[in-house]
Every structure is written in structure tokens, then in C-alpha cells.
Design a protein around this ligand. Structure first.
Ligand code: TYM
Length: 337
């Protein structure tokens, strides 16, 4: 008897710069773990990256280095499909169909567009505005049901559900599943090391605000030593972190990296000064990231190998996408080509 098919996972990261600890703890660490129970597709979202201007040479370099980072973190290209978004044209084709399903009112509510477009809304690209439609196309091109992401992507996944539901009801079909966000662990929203009210981000001008997965041990130690905190010692329980966003963030990072609960971390460091805690946190961070950085460096010495892995992933992804795209085109009334 055949085993029941595993539920399908899809997720992606943009190659707009170096990956950081927020990407790792909010998403990639979970992607690695999910490989055991799910049929996983992991993607480097270069079509999303160009919604804001990119230097072409830097985009190429970041696309390879993000792929190397995912491999270094433990994405196994035999078990999972690892590929580049622009290598599978179905993403752009389905996104166009979804541009005709999503309503302007839904897109107008997207907080990420408002944040990214800022005061220069009139100058933002049309691509940035329809960015969530392309995300929905990414996921639904494979009829994925589970999407592991950090907290900041929740609203986009709600839009993906709206699009799936609207498509199904408009055409009277059950074509698309309603996706479940997998927002896992205590570090679904890692904050800046300089300001506990802002999330850790690639686009933050200060490099001291984030730990990059390419940072050396010394850089990590310095950034953690200089991370903003308050003068109080660590509390014995997480309740004592209320209204202490920077302290809460560092405890959350320790908990996520050490696979512990914040309560266990507080109990361990009850009453310790932050100088002591930061040393332990820096050691833990270096120990967790060094093997990833080392493997990433090794892989980047052979870009041809990375390209081969990505080409094989794209081929497998195209095979999965083709019947879904054919079904959707038939449903909307396109003639077979
Ligand atoms: P991106 O490239 O901004 O981030 C990749 C993943 O990292 C998570 N993340 C964080 N998690 C915790 N704390 C943080 N400070 C932090 N910063 C980033 C993000 O939530 C994300 O899971 N639009 C997506 C890429 C994408 C996608 C998709 C995701 C394209 N298509 C389809 C899921 C499904 C993005 O820009 O992620």
C-alpha cells in the first residue's frame, strides 16, 4: 500500500542582501526541521527582489550566496526542491492571473507595501504593489498547504487565502487549498539589536542592528556586546521582560538558538547582569552560525556546483508546476497552446 502523500510546504527568501539571524530563526531553521515530515519547496525569490531596484551583478551574487546559505544551514537538495523563482516561468504566469483576481482594496491594506513605499508611494514600482499576488502564485503554483515564515509575512498569507478562496468561488472549483501559515518558535519576530521596537532587517542602514550569517565570530561578539539593553539584571521569569523589548529580544534569541523556552533561559540567568548573559549569548550564536558560514564559504568557492543544484531544483519544480498551471489555464478559459 502506498503511504499517504506528505503535506506540501513552500517558502522563499529574497536575495536582496546577506541573510541575517532574523531570517534564520524566523524561517530557515524551521525549514530545515520541516524536511522530515513534509514535501518541501524552498525558493530564492529573485522576481520579488526586483520590485525594488537591484544592481544586476549584486543580485546574481546574492542569489548564489543565499542558495549557499540555505544549503549550509541544512536544506538537503535531494529531499527538498531548492530553486530560483525566475527559473520557473509559471510563477509570473500565475501571478498575472492573480493580478486579475485580487482586488485593489485588499492590496491597499498591505502594511508591508505602506512601509516599503513610505512617503514616495507615487514612485514605488507597480511590482511592489502586486508583490503579495506573486507570493500567492508562488505558493499556489504547487498547491502547497503549509508556509513557514516569520511573523512579518502573516498578512501576505491571509491575502493568499483570500485569493485562493476568491478564485475557487469565481470559477466554482476547488482548485486551490487555503494555506496555513507556520509561524513557529519563540523567534518569529527577531528585533534590531539597536532598537527593540524595529525588526531585524536587511534594509536597516546600521549593520550593527543585525547579525549576518556571513559575520565572523569577532563581529558577532562585538555586535552582541554592544546590543542595546536596559540597566536591570535578567529576571527569573519572562513576565519580568514586559516593557523591556531589547532584553526580551536577546532572551528570545538565546531561547531559539538553544532550543529552550524563554522561561528556562530566565531561570538559568536569574539575576545575572547583561554583560554575563551577553557573553553566553555570543558563544551560543557563534557556535550555531559558524558551521553554516563555513559550509557556505566552501560552497561559494564552486559556484558551478551551486548552479547545477539550482538547475536540478528548477527542473523538478517545473514538473510539479506544469499540471497545476494547465488546470488553471483551462479553468479560466484559455485555449490549450
Ligand atoms: P524575506 O526575504 O524578507 O525574509 C525571509 C524569511 O525571513 C523571515 N524574517 C524574519 N523572521 C523573524 N524575525 C525577523 N526580523 C525576520 N526578518 C525576516 C520572513 O518572515 C521570511 O519568512 N516575501 C517574502 C519572500 C517570499 C515568500 C514567498 C515567503 C516570496 N514568496 C512565498 C513565503 C511564501 C520575503 O520577503 O521574505
Amino acid at each position: 500500500m502506498n503511504a499517504a502523500p506528505k503535506p506540501r510546504v513552500y517558502s522563499a527568501v529574497q536575495p536582496t542582501g546577506n541573510l541575517h539571524l532574523g531570517n534564520y530563526l524566523g524561517a530557515i531553521k524551521n525549514w530545515v526541521d520541516l524536511q522530515d515530515g513534509y514535501d518541501c519547496l524552498y525558493n530564492v525569490a529573485d522576481l520579488h527582489a526586483i520590485t525594488e531596484q537591484q544592481d544586476p551583478a549584486a543580485l546574481r551574487a546574492h542569489t548564489r550566496s543565499v542558495a549557499a546559505c540555505l544549503l549550509g544551514a541544512g536544506i538537503d537538495p535531494e529531499r527538498s526542491i531548492l530553486f530560483v523563482q525566475s527559473h520557473v516561468s509559471g510563477h509570473a504566469e500565475l501571478a498575472w492571473i492573480f493580478n486579475c483576481v485580487a482586488r485593489l482594496g485588499w492590496l491597499n491594506r498591505m502594511t508591508q507595501f505602506k512601509d516599503k513605499a513610505g512617503k514616495h508611494r507615487e514612485n514605488a514600482s507597480a511590482g511592489l504593489y502586486v508583490y503579495p499576488n506573486l507570493m500567492a502564485a508562488d505558493i499556489l503554483l504547487y498547491k502547497a498547504s503549509h508556509v513557514p515564515v516569520g511573523e512579518d509575512q502573516r498578512q501576505h498569507l491571509e491575502l493568499c487565502r483570500d485569493i485562493a478562496q476568491s478564485f475557487n468561488s469565481q470559477y466554482g472549483t476547488q482548485t486551490f487549498p487555503l494555506v496555513e501559515p507556520l509561524i513557529l518558535g519563540v523567534a518569529a519576530r527577531v528585533m534590531s539589536l539597536r532598537d527593540g521596537s524595529r525588526k531585524m532587517s536587511k534594509s536597516e542602514p546600521s549593520d550593527a542592528s543585525r547579525i549576518n550569517l556571513t559575520d565572523t565570530a569577532e563581529q558577532i561578539q562585538t555586535k552582541i556586546r554592544k546590543a542595546r539593553t536596559d540597566p536591570d539584571p535578567l529576571p527569573g521569569a519572562p513576565g519580568g521582560l514586559d516593557a523591556r523589548p531589547e532584553a526580551r529580544n536577546l532572551v528570545g534569541i538565546y531561547a531559539a538558538l538553544g532550543n529552550k523556552t524563554p522561561a528556562a533561559v530566565c531561570a538559568k540567568f536569574d539575576g545575572a547582569q547583561f554583560s554575563t548573559f551577553k557573553e553566553a549569548l555570543a558563544d551560543l550564536t557563534v557556535a550555531a552560525l559558524a558551521p553554516i558560514t563555513r559550509e557556505m564559504d566552501r560552497l561559494l568557492r564552486d559556484p558551478g556546483h551551486i548552479d547545477t543544484v539550482l538547475a536540478a531544483g528548477a527542473e523538478r519544480a517545473r514538473d510539479l508546476a506544469a499540471p497545476v498551471l494547465a488546470e488553471v489555464k483551462h479553468t479560466v478559459g484559455f485555449l490549450p497552446g
